[in-house]
Every structure is written in structure tokens, then in C-alpha cells.
Design a protein around this ligand. Structure first.
Ligand code: ADP
Length: 170
């Protein structure tokens, strides 16, 4: 059974097996959650990322966590929102699936996601959170060793959106 939950907080403080980074295609650091993760992890993270040759939207890459409490970081690149007709929903879904697949293949049982694409990349929170929660739920129904998926929301408003979607029906 995979437990799925949402909490408010700073993902860089999570002590799970892995945290997911909403990276940009260079993987060399940026603003938002990406900047926060690189600041805490330190220069070794950037050095390892520089060996990876970038990452396209929807794909995911695994690195160590260095000075982070989490031993691993899964970097994924969300789609930039441009109205929703450029394949954004499928790309966002693939971010979650590819991050979860990578976790499973490396024996990562407990991991945390930020709200991918809903900051600088402009994806509307309601639509993005529906894809995030729906994709993780569907994944959890398949064969997986993952025991905990935690959505870490930066704001109380985002947390409310995720919690409403995760509430059991009835
Ligand atoms: P993107 O470029 O994919 O939109 P951003 O980092 O700009 O990524 O934003 C994604 C989400 O991460 C936003 O909801 C933002 O508020 C949130 N965020 C920023 N810093 C942190 C952090 N330290 N922990 C968790 N979430 C964060």
C-alpha cells in the first residue's frame, strides 16, 4: 500500500529517501524550489547535475542529495504553461510517472514532490494538482514498492487544493 499525503512546508527539510526537484532543462539550478534545493545541497549537487547533459520536459534524473537531509534528489522538468493546448497535461503527468519509476527502480520507498510547474512555469494550480494527485493515485494502484508519497506545498492555499483532491470520497 502506498500512502499519499499533503503537507505545507519547505521540501528541503524533508528527511525522506528522496525529494523531487522541479528543475529546468539545464539542471544547473534556477529559482523557486530548484534554487532552494541547490542552496541547501551545496556545490556538489550542481557538479553532479553538470555531468547529466540536461533533461527534457517530462523526463527525470536521479542524483545524490549531498547536504540535504534526503539522500537523493529526483530532478524532473515540468512543462511551461502556454494555455494547455501544447501537450502540457501529458508532460506534467509524465514528470510524476517518470519520477516514481526512477524511485521504484532505485529502492526509494518514501519521497516528496513539490507542486511541479505551478510557480515560474505558470501551470494553474487546480489543474496541476488534479494531474499530480490523479497520476500518483493511479501509479499506487499498480505494482510498486513505494510506501509514502508526500506532496509538500509551499503555501496554505496550495495545500488546501491538494487536500481537497486527496480527501476520500463521501
Ligand atoms: P516551476 O518552474 O516548475 O513552476 P517553481 O519552483 O517556480 O517551479 O514552483 C513550483 C512550486 O514550488 C511553487 O508552488 C512554489 O511556490 C513551490 N516552492 C518554492 N520553493 C519551495 C520549497 N522550498 N519547498 C516546497 N515548495 C517550494
Amino acid at each position: 500500500m502506498t500512502r499519499i499525503e499533503a503537507r505545507q512546508g519547505d521540501i528541503t527539510t524533508e528527511k525522506l529517501d528522496a525529494i523531487v526537484n522541479a528543475a529546468n532543462p539545464t539542471l544547473l539550478g534556477g529559482g523557486g524550489v530548484d534554487g532552494a534545493i541547490h542552496r541547501v545541497a551545496g556545490p556538489q549537487l550542481r557538479a553532479e547535475c553538470a555531468t547529466l547533459g540536461g533533461c527534457r520536459a517530462g523526463e527525470a534524473r536521479l542524483t545524490q542529495g549531498y547536504r540535504l537531509p534526503a539522500p537523493h534528489v529526483i530532478h524532473t522538468v515540468g512543462p511551461v504553461w502556454s494555455g494547455g493546448t501544447k501537450g502540457e497535461p501529458d508532460l506534467l503527468r509524465r514528470c510524476y510517472v517518470n519520477a516514481l519509476d526512477l524511485a521504484d527502480h532505485h529502492g526509494i520507498r518514501h519521497l516528496a514532490f513539490p507542486s511541479i510547474s505551478t510557480g515560474a512555469y505558470g501551470y494553474p494550480i487546480d489543474q496541476a494538482a488534479r494531474i499530480a494527485t490523479g497520476t500518483v493515485r493511479a501509479y499506487a494502484e499498480g505494482e510498486t514498492e513505494i510506501e509514502l508519497v508526500r506532496f509538500v506545498c509551499f503555501s496554505a492555499e496550495d495545500l488546501a487544493v491538494y487536500q481537497a483532491l486527496l480527501k476520500p470520497p463521501g
